[in-house]
Every structure is written in structure tokens, then in C-alpha cells.
Write a protein that binds this ligand. Structure first.
Ligand SMILES: *Cc1c(COP(=O)(O)O)cnc(C)c1O
Length: 351
């Protein structure tokens, strides 16, 4: 089996080794130390200041989105970038919790530009919700452009970077990102089950400290209180916490910039070579996390099915109106040039 998916993805050997061990009891000094190191390493990998805080939630990425919208955004007004199914999830969460919002809707393959923002220049918002890489379409948004808008309007910038973290450059403080969400099974290449929220002190003071949780389980203040001593209110996904430690240690040893440069190299290699087969790549700013292949006259679904049935190779299909037009090829996880050479050969055979 080979996964060119967007999560879970091909795990690294060291992760598989960590996963194979007996899980320890977790209300111990040893586990507290591991969690505090996870927090430090995560903040370092995101280039954020010591005064920022990390929260570890046990749940898939949506649990973190849910906690942030439900608790942080009560009595706020959000501008949501609704450019695909993950952007739309923020819209649905605002609806669900009765958060006041307006949204910028993007059509398939429509690039977000400053013109989209201009329309909202004179509307009042207290924050923006955006998925840095809209994984459902492959579009990578220009965070600098968005943060300039947020600074001008004194809005907090809340970024879901679940598939962008470690694939695309993120410097939280430099980019003026106030709250960042990520989770274990995408670019981190770990098992599903753990989500992380990193917030700067400003965001904590304004959007968390005095806000009542809508969910008993996901109360961010309870999580932050426990995290002061490296603990969580309830049993966390203990094994994934160990995987995070192993992965972040390796990432920081190699250097975050190098990790991202390697991903970029892999994505570019695939894009150059797939175009030689006459296959189109969706034309918008792309993340290094995946390449969306565009079949104008259909055939994306058959390609996905054939690779799966004949070779046990998994690409990532699309839903909705693009189900037969777009198929996504992931670059996250333990994949190398040889894997893409093999994939391109198999695609050539199947077509
Ligand atoms: C995967 C993903 C999520 C969360 O999905 P879960 O299935 O809940 O983990 C959220 N946002 C983006 C951009 C994603 O890629």
C-alpha cells in the first residue's frame, strides 16, 4: 500500500517504532515533562514567542476548530474565508454556535485576492477565520495579505494550518497570526487523535481568558490551566503525544526551513513530471502539501479507482461537483522521489 493521501499519510519508521511500545500511565512527572517539551518544540517550530501558549486537545482537527469558534468567538464578529469544504466548516461552526459572521465565498479554482477583501473594508469584524491551505482545493492563501488586512482593522487572525504546518512557511509572530490550529494526522504525519492550538498572549487575554466554554470536554481554560504543569484535564491520546515528541525533535534537528524546502522540492518534481504526461495541474497558488490534478473532460475518479484496485496506491478523491474532474496527490508524510517516479509510471500505464 502506498498513500498519496492528505491524512492519515505514510508514517515515518521512527513514528511506527514509537507506536509499537506499551503506553505508560500519564499522571506522572515524566509525562508532564514530555508535554511541556512538546509545547516548547511546537512553539519553536512555529517561530512564536515564549509568552505564547499551546493547548493539546484529544480529537481530530475539527475538535480544535469547534473549540475555537464555540468558546473564543462568542460575542465576536468573524470574517470567514469560505473557499472549500474546510472553509465552509468554519461557516457551519459559526452557524451552529450563533456567531455573527460574513463570509467570502470562492468558486473552484478562484484565487483569493486583495479585491475580495476590499469589499469588506468598511464592515466591522473582530477576527478572521481562514484555512491557510484549503486542503479540499489545494489553494494556499497569502497569509501576509490577510494579516495586513487584519492589522489595519484590528482583527485577530485565526489560522487553521492543519495541512500547511511543516509544508509551507509559517512564522506565527512575523505573520501576525494570533491563533493557530494544527493536528496530528496531516503534515505532522502521525496517527489521528491529537489537535493543537497555539495562541499568543493577546489572543489569550481577549479571546479565551474571560470566555465561557460551550463544551465541557473542550474547555480551553481548563486545558490551559492543566498545561501549566504539562497535563490535560482528561486522558489524552497518550501514544500520539509520544509521536509528537519524536517528530518535533527530528524536525527541529533537521531545521524547519529544511523540512519545508524538501517538501517544496518533492512537490515541484511531481508537478514538472506529471505535466510532461499532458496532465493539467489546477491553476492557483498551491501548497507544497498536495497537487490537485485537473481533468477538464472527466476521468479523475477512474484514475483514483484504477490506481487503488490495480496497485494499492491511494490518491485523494474529491467530492461534489469536482468528483470526476479533480484528484489530489499528497506530498505529506514519508514519500520520496522514487515514490513519485513509480506513481508517474503507474499513472501512465493506467491512462
Ligand atoms: C483535515 C483538515 C481539517 C480537520 O479535519 P479532521 O478530519 O477533523 O481532522 C481541518 N482543516 C483542514 C485545512 C484540514 O486539512
Amino acid at each position: 500500500m502506498k498513500l498519496f493521501t492528505v491524512g492519515p499519510v505514510e508514517m515515518y519508521d521512527s513514528t511506527l517504532e514509537v507506536r509499537s511500545k506499551q503506553l505508560p500511565y500519564f499522571r506522572t512527572d515524566f509525562f508532564s515533562k514530555l508535554m511541556l517539551e512538546n509545547e516548547e518544540m511546537l512553539k519553536k517550530a512555529l517561530y512564536t514567542d515564549k509568552s505564547s501558549k499551546a493547548i493539546f486537545l484529544t480529537g481530530s482537527g475539527t475538535s480544535a476548530m469547534d473549540a475555537v469558534v464555540g468558546q473564543c468567538l462568542s460575542n465576536e464578529k468573524a470574517l470567514v474565508i469560505d473557499g472549500g469544504s474546510f472553509g465552509h466548516r468554519f461557516v457551519e461552526l459559526c452557524e451552529f454556535y450563533g456567531v455573527e459572521y460574513e463570509s467570502i465565498h470562492l468558486d473552484t479554482n478562484e484565487t483569493l485576492t486583495v479585491n475580495h477583501l476590499q469589499e469588506y473594508q468598511n464592515h466591522d469584524f473582530t477576527c478572521m477565520l481562514v484555512n491557510m491551505h484549503e486542503t479540499s482545493t489545494g489553494q494556499l492563501y497569502d497569509i501576509k495579505m490577510l494579516s495586513e488586512f487584519c492589522i489595519k482593522k484590528e482583527m485577530a487572525l485565526i489560522v487553521d494550518a492543519i495541512s500547511a504546518f511543516l509544508c509551507d512557511e509559517i512564522k506565527m509572530d512575523e505573520m501576525h497570526i494570533d491563533c493557530l490550529i494544527t493536528s496530528s494526522q496531516k503534515a505532522l504525519s502521525l496517527a489521528p487523535g491529537l489537535s493543537m492550538i497555539v495562541v499568543n498572549d493577546d489572543f489569550y487575554q481577549k479571546f479565551i481568558k474571560n470566555k465561557k466554554a460551550k463544551s465541557y470536554y473542550l474547555d480551553l481554560n481548563a486545558h490551559l490551566k492543566n498545561m501549566e504543569r504539562g497535563q490535560t484535564p482528561f486522558t489524552p491520546a497518550v501514544g500520539v503525544c509520544y509521536e509528537v515528541h519524536d517528530m518535533l525533535e527530528k524536525v527541529l534537528n533537521k531545521g524547519v526551513e529544511q523540512v519545508i524546502a524538501d517538501k517544496k522540492c518533492l512537490a515541484n518534481y511531481f508537478r514538472e513530471n506529471i505535466k510532461k504526461l499532458g496532465i493539467e495541474v489546477v491553476d492557483c497558488p498551491l501548497s507544497n502539501a498536495l497537487t490537485p490534478l485537473y481533468f477538464k473532460d472527466g476521468g479523475a475518479k477512474a484514475l483514483y479507482e484504477n490506481l487503488k484496485d490495480k496497485y494499492d496506491i491511494y490518491l485523494t478523491p474529491c467530492g461534489g461537483i469536482n468528483a470526476d474532474k479533480i484528484v489530489r496527490v499528497g506530498h505529506m508524510g514519508n514519500l520520496c522521489i522514487d515514490d513519485y517516479d513509480d506513481l508517474i509510471n503507474k499513472i501512465r500505464e493506467v491512462l
